[in-house]
Design a protein around this ligand. Sequence first.
Ligand code: ZN
Ligand code: ZN
Length: 181
Amino acid sequence: MLWKAAIVAAGLCVFAQERVEQVGCACDPAKPETMKMRPCSLCAEAEKHSSEKLFYLKDNNPRKPNRWLVLPSKHMAGNHPLHELSPGERAGLWKAAIAKGRELFGDGWGVAYNGPQVRTQCHAHIHIGKFVTVAELPGFQVVSRPEDIPAPTSTGVWVHPVNGKLHVHSGEQIAETVLVR
Ligand SMILES: [Zn+2]
Ligand SMILES: [Zn+2]
C-alpha cells in the first residue's frame, strides 16, 4: 500500500503549506502558543532577531538548497504585506536582498516576493536566489534603484539585474519560481 502512503504524504504536504489567506495570521509574540503555528514560524524566527532591523535566513526547505530569505525583524498585522512597510524600510529590505544575491550569485541573482494569495508564512520575507534566465517574460518595468521598486498590494514581485538596471516583474502571485531551487 505504498501508493496510499504517498497520497497521504502528499495530502499532509498540501495541508502543511496551506495559504495564510485561508488560515489567517494570528501570530502574536505575547501569546507563545500562537507562535508555534506553522504559518507563524517566521514570526518566531524574527523574535530571535529583535535587536536587528533585518536578518537573513537560509531557506530551511531541503528541496530549496540554494535559497535564502531576508526578513524585517518587526512584526505587522495579518500577513505583514510588504506594501505596509514604510518606503525606507521596504527599500532597505530590497537592498539587503540584492546585496546577498550579488554576494552569492554575482550578476546572476534574482529576488522575489510572493503575492498574498500564495503565501504560506505570515511574516514578511523576500526570497533570494539565482535567477532562472529562461523564466524571463515581457511586461517588465525598468528601474534604477531599489527605492523605485513598486509595492503592489495584490500581487507578487520579482526583480533581476539587466545592464546595470533592475527589471521589475509584477502581476503574478507566484514569484519565487523564477529562482533556482
Ligand atoms: Zn511576524
Ligand atoms: Zn526581466
